[in-house]
Design a protein around this ligand. Sequence first.
Ligand code: 5RP
Length: 224
Amino acid sequence: MTQDELKQAVARAAIDYVVDGEIIGVGTGSTANFFIDELAKIKDRIKGTVASSEATASRLRGHGIPVFDLNDVTSMAVYIDGADEITASGAMIKGGGAALTREKIVASVAKQFVCIADGSKLVETLGKFPLPVEVIPMARAAVMRKLAELGGQPRLRTKPGTDEAFITDNGGEIIDVVGLSILDPVAMEERINQIVGVIAVGLFAKAGATVCLLGTPEGVKTLT
Ligand code: 5RP
């Protein structure tokens, strides 16, 4: 099976976690896109969605799925999203698609976080995938110095093919920290959250995934 077929399989399996008549939080990225396409097939069963990025909102609307502003939503049954790395206990690195801040916000309102990922995302120790940190642009250099003190090599994410900083949906910039071996994800998340100028860190450890649907050639495995 190709990686896309594995992503499609977990996206399909995630439909079992959609609660009828409720609002569903929807993540960002290629696996989330497969999920949106599956959700479109049952869109009449849900009240609507909250999107974790402008790209996701536009794909949802393209399918005729209602997208609510999070400020107008008081409860959300489930948040469904991919990950760049996940451990067996549900701690994740996210933000490869630069949507980490809104992903964390939307996930924080949902009762459950269902992570959908192909098997290559399962790791023993987080950190091989560069850790994304969203920052206020004027704090970029100061935050990079602090991140270097943690033992990684911070790199500013740029727009493809240019030297210009990539700008997120929130007007922030992304620093990708290479070379970390994150043995204590909760402690690392707390430490990075405390750096002034950081908007959010792409470590989802204090509040990780409640369920992970992992696509493998033998079928979809459920980790809880
Ligand atoms: C976006 C994310 C994505 O969930 C993560 O990058 C995984 O993406 P994909 O499903 O394309 O592998 O965190 O900010």
